[in-house]
Design a protein. Structure first.
Length: 200
């Protein structure tokens, strides 16, 4: 079996999110999310699993941190997305724009683990995302609550960037015993996909 690789973006976004939501605990988490590893992208699966394991003991801190990390991962990645590609997506009819935006979200999600897959199914005014091999949901015991808030936040932030506000609901999670993580996205009223948003 090939080794799972964790992208630099995930470690950096978790570090930033912990700094925002659990600033008094940041020094502790920097034992694994240290500056050298964040700089050269050498933080591996074991340190990341340690961080996620300790975050799960932080009460609602886990959900807040991983959701914020998902938002940050989307925002930072979209800043480096080709302006031409962004303009093309914004010019698409709404239905095609949803699929194109979620394709971008899928590309970003692969930074969370080289074996992670983000499969999108369109459903008119809604969409369903299936995440396989989620590194966030790799736990030994069955959990009482879903752990894949990173992906739901990432998807919502990416859709919003393209003028497609949405609400996410996690319908299944590997950590809770499901075969894959299932995220249902209900699209709200469309917002104009303005050029100003490209620079946001």
């Amino acid at each position: 079996m090939t080794e799972v690789h964790i992208g630099r973006l995930v470690g950096a976004s978790l570090h930033q999110a912990i700094g925002e939501w659990l600033p008094q605990r940041l020094d502790f988490y920097e034992n694994w999310l240290h500056s050298e590893g964040l700089r050269d992208g050498s933080i591996g699966v074991a340190p990341l699993m340690a961080v996620l394991g300790f975050l799960r003991t932080e009460g609602d801190g886990y959900g807040r941190v991983v959701e914020r990390a998902g938002q940050l991962s989307a925002e930072w990645s979209l800043m480096s997305l080709s302006p031409m590609r962004q303009r093309i997506i914004r010019l698409l009819p709404r239905r095609l724009r949803v699929r194109a935006a979620l394709r971008v979200a899928a590309e970003i999600s692969e930074t969370a683990g080289s074996r992670s897959r983000f499969i999108v199914e369109g459903r008119g005014k809604s969409a369903r995302v299936k995440v396989t091999a989620s590194v966030f949901c790799q736990v030994r015991g069955v959990q009482a609550a879903p752990l894949c808030g990173f992906y739901s936040a990432l998807a919502v932030a990416t859709l919003s960037h393209f003028g497609l506000p949405a609400v996410a609901q996690i319908d299944g999670c590997r950590a809770m015993g499901a075969e894959a993580c299932i995220i249902d996205l209900v699209l709200e009223s469309a917002q104009p996909a303005t050029e100003t948003a490209v620079a946001a």
